[in-house]
Design a protein around this ligand. Structure first.
Ligand code: PPE
Length: 305
């Protein structure tokens, strides 16, 4: 169960969590006509800070634009609203879910006659795949569900509808006793996890699939790529074949929710040492230090409440 908080922000106001309900004929509930973000805030020595809030709200705007949803609020307004929400809820370390959706008013696929509602909810949410996942790593499987092509749905937009594909893959993985799914695209290259981007390490070089292979342009992945560049490590964006996965020295997932999660096996085949690898460990540590404000170099990424 979600750990509720006193308030949720909706259309410019703070309302009670229990009262943040919606009509059953809300358009988004029927047609997936919603775009959203997942953001985290962490406790730092200078108080709670939202990690890369501006970038998340920029991506929300981009998702909305792709679907021609005019947002009633600017990114800056939503970031301010997020700060107010966290302060009023007295939240320190938490997950933040902004959602822009077509509300109640008319049925039928055409969304245009519905109002656009905006909510921001925040609550305490620990490790997405469990603490052990971060320490030891997770067991993954290659999904029988293919990642949809960007010719079918824009993979760049974080649209609720995309997550039907993720849900099928995740559900299947869990049913078969794995922790998470890896989705391949139509060409057979790795796109991403059900809610994470993938990184591969081979002979001390780091690789990640291009977004054109069906991956969301992850903000966590972008932070990791920045660390890689600043540390002077070799990095290349390239197609990741299924075969190359099994030959990898290390594999890890990134995501706001999943943070930096090592992968220790795929379909019961051990990857590398079968434990968190040294480069994964280094980048994970750098990520945790950065989000908790321990690297002045990346302080621009933090918005204090
Ligand atoms: N790919 C997908 C499909 C995805 O959903 C996410 C985030 C990422 C990659 C990583 O993106 P970023 O968070 O910007 O690094 N998934 C969000 C939702 C997870 C959920 O179960 O809900 C998240 O991590 O917040």
């Amino acid at each position: 169960m979600l750990k509720s908080t006193p308030f949720i922000w909706k259309n410019g106001e703070l309302i009670k969590w229990e009262e943040a309900t919606t009509h059953v004929l809300t358009h988004a509930l029927h047609y997936g006509s919603a775009v959203f973000e997942g953001i985290r805030a962490y406790e730092t020595d200078k108080g709670p800070a939202i990690f890369r809030g501006k970038d998340h709200y920029t991506r929300l705007k981009a998702s909305a634009d792709i679907y021609q949803m005019p947002s009633p609020y600017t990114g800056d307004q939503l970031l301010e609203a997020t700060k107010e929400l966290l302060a009023k809820n007295n939240l320190k370390s938490c997950y933040i879910r902004p959602l822009l959706y077509y509300g109640y008013g008319s049925m039928g696929v055409n969304p245009a006659k519905n109002p656009i509602d905006v909510i921001i909810a925040a609550w305490e949410w620990g490790a997405y795949l469990g603490q052990e996942a971060l320490d030891v790593g997770i067991r993954t499987t290659i999904s029988p569900w293919q990642k949809f092509s960007d010719k079918a749905l824009p993979t760049k937009a974080k649209c609720a509808a995309n997550y039907a594909n993720s849900l099928l893959a995740k559900q299947d993985a869990l049913t078969r006793g794995f922790d998470e799914a890896l989705l391949l695209n139509q060409e057979g290259f790795v796109a991403e996890g059900s809610g994470e981007n993938l990184f591969l390490i081979k002979n001390k070089s780091i690789f990640s699939p291009p977004s054109s292979d069906g991956a969301l342009e992850g903000i966590t992945a972008d932070s990791i790529k920045t660390f890689i560049k600043d540390l002077g490590l070799p990095f290349e964006e390239k197609h990741v074949s299924k075969e190359s996965l099994f030959e990898a020295d290390e594999l890890f997932f990134t995501g706001t929710a999943a943070e930096v999660t090592p992968i220790c096996s795929i379909d019961n085949v051990t990857i590398g040492s079968g434990k968190k690898g040294p480069l994964t460990h280094q980048l994970q540590q750098q990520y945790f230090e950065t989000i908790t404000g321990k690297h002045a170099k990346y302080s621009d990424w933090l918005d204090f409440i």
